[in-house]
Write a protein that binds this ligand. Structure first.
Ligand code: S3P
Length: 438
């Protein structure tokens, strides 16, 4: 779908964003393992999360929606039903990879997982290889690397596995499989990644522990019975980042409330601060944060890939902010960006170029040398390649530079941020949906 996004005078606002996507996925997936019922408050209604909702329902989970948006779930305690059809994960890499780990030990059932064109291009060997070492039976195109994947539930044994890429999805898939395997499964990571799976499994009473050995974290998990507990999903920092950026690069003040800023999710805040961002970050009393951003004079920044997992999803919007700074910014050590919903090194650079931003690619990153055009001139055209974070970055940059931008693939925003368009209008922008052909 094409949309024309038009800038208006930015209006300062206090806003909230949908529940965190990573936590929402896991809140639903835990229903396959947990015994007892629980409620989930603040679940995201993003398309990716709705694909997870449909997956667990197809496997027999009973979910009731309450009037206030809360859901109530009855856990299956591993007694999953073999689904009657192929499962469609849509655009969600997190879902297909986490589900591969969860379903591999479900003996007696076969599961076929597929998704959209982007999912069918993304590498699955990173999860399928370690799972096969545990005894999993997983078939796929390209010698088992590409979806559709067929998973035949099998008896699994534990492994010790050192992550070759810093990936919470791979770590989580192995931990979920380890919960259904004989023995103690250990995942070692030398670069920390988001720890939602470990934290949420712990809250459900799983036998899981993390210890620091030398320069690595060793996470160990054993078969255990999970007991359901209510879950409160905090605001998604990856969504908040777009409106925090808007506050920095327009002449206004934006506050985003109730945001999760736990380990490996707050890297963009540090980078914005290093650039000179005026940010107030105040605890909200519920373990999360209210973040206020104000128009700031920003400097360029250089990152070398250290702790990249803590800001990997925010690179498109960080690079967008860098386009409006003095000096040349460089973002390196980010090869993983080539395996996201799109090749985000390429799509970020081509999106910025559509705005007359001087920038270019490295094999492992990009540089951004700043906006060289004249403000508000003409109508630009961006092909977001159905990548939600590219589409939203283009909309935010339009607000800062004025004028209009036609964005192809704009419907992708609902992949992670279903209220993005309403919020965009509330801060002074406009969105006109052009056509349904994409
Ligand atoms: C996610 C992990 C990250 C992140 C993705 C969500 C998760 O991916 O980019 O958006 O919920 O575990 P990788 O594990 O591939 O780094």
């Amino acid at each position: 779908m094409k949309a024309t996004v038009t800038a208006g005078r930015a209006i300062g606002r206090r806003l909230s964003v949908p529940g965190d996507k990573s936590i929402s996925h896991r809140s639903l997936l835990l229903s396959l393992l947990a015994e007892g019922s629980y409620r989930v408050f603040g679940l995201s209604s993003a398309d990716d999360v709705m694909a997870t909702y449909r997956l667990v329902e197809a496997l027999g989970v009973n979910i009731t929606s309450l009037d206030d948006g809360t859901i109530s779930i009855v856990g299956l305690g591993r007694e999953v039903r073999e689904p009657q059809d192929v499962i469609d994960v849509g655009n969600s890499g997190t879902l297909i990879r986490l589900a591969s780990g969860l379903l591999s030990p479900m003996e007696g059932s076969t599961f076929i997982l597929t998704g959209d064109a982007s999912i069918r291009r993304r590498p699955m060997a990173r999860v399928a290889d370690p799972l096969r070492k545990m005894g999993a039976t997983i078939y796929g195109r390209d010698s088992g690397n590409l979806a559709p994947l067929a998973i035949v539930g099998s008896r699994l044994r534990s492994i010790e596995y050192r992550l070759p890429v810093a990936s919470a999805q791979v770590k989580s898939a192995i931990l979920f499989a380890g919960l259904g395997a004989e023995g103690t499964t250990v995942v070692e990571e030398s670069e920390p990644t988001r720890s939602h799976t470990e934290e949420m499994l712990r809250a459900f009473g799983a036998d899981i522990s993390t210890e620091r050995v030398g320069d690595r974290d060793r996470i160990s998990v054993r078969q255990s019975i999970l007991n359901a507990n209510d879950i409160h999903v905090p605001g998604d920092p990856s969504s908040a980042a777009f409106y925090i950026a808007l506050g920095l690069i327009t002449n206004t003040e934006i506050a985003v409330d109730g945001i999760y800023l736990g380990p490996q999710r707050d890297g963009f805040v540090d980078i914005f601060k290093e650039m000179g961002a005026k940010l107030d970050i105040v605890p909200d009393g519920n373990g999360n944060y209210n973040i206020t951003s104000r128009s700031s004079y920003l400097n360029s920044v250089t990152t070398d890939g250290r702790d990249a997992a803590s800001y990997i999803d925010e690179v498109p919007i960080i690079a967008t902010v860098a386009a409006l700074c003095g000096g040349v910014s460089e973002f390196r050590g980010l090869k993983e960006l080539r395996h996201k919903e799109s090749d985000r090194i390429k799509t970020t650079v081509s999106m910025l170029k559509a705005f007359e931003v001087e920038c270019g690619e490295y094999e492992d990153g990009l540089y951004v040398a700043g906006f060289k055009g004249s403000q508000g001139s003409g109508v630009r055209f961006v092909d977001a390649q159905f990548d939600h974070r590219i589409a939203m970055s283009a909309a935010i940059l339009t607000m800062a530079l004025g004028g209009s931008t036609v964005i192809d693939g704009f419907d992708a925003v609902s992949t992670s941020f279903p209220t993005f368009i309403d919020l965009f209008r509330s801060v002074g922008g406009d969105v006109t949906i052009e056509s349904s052909a994409s």
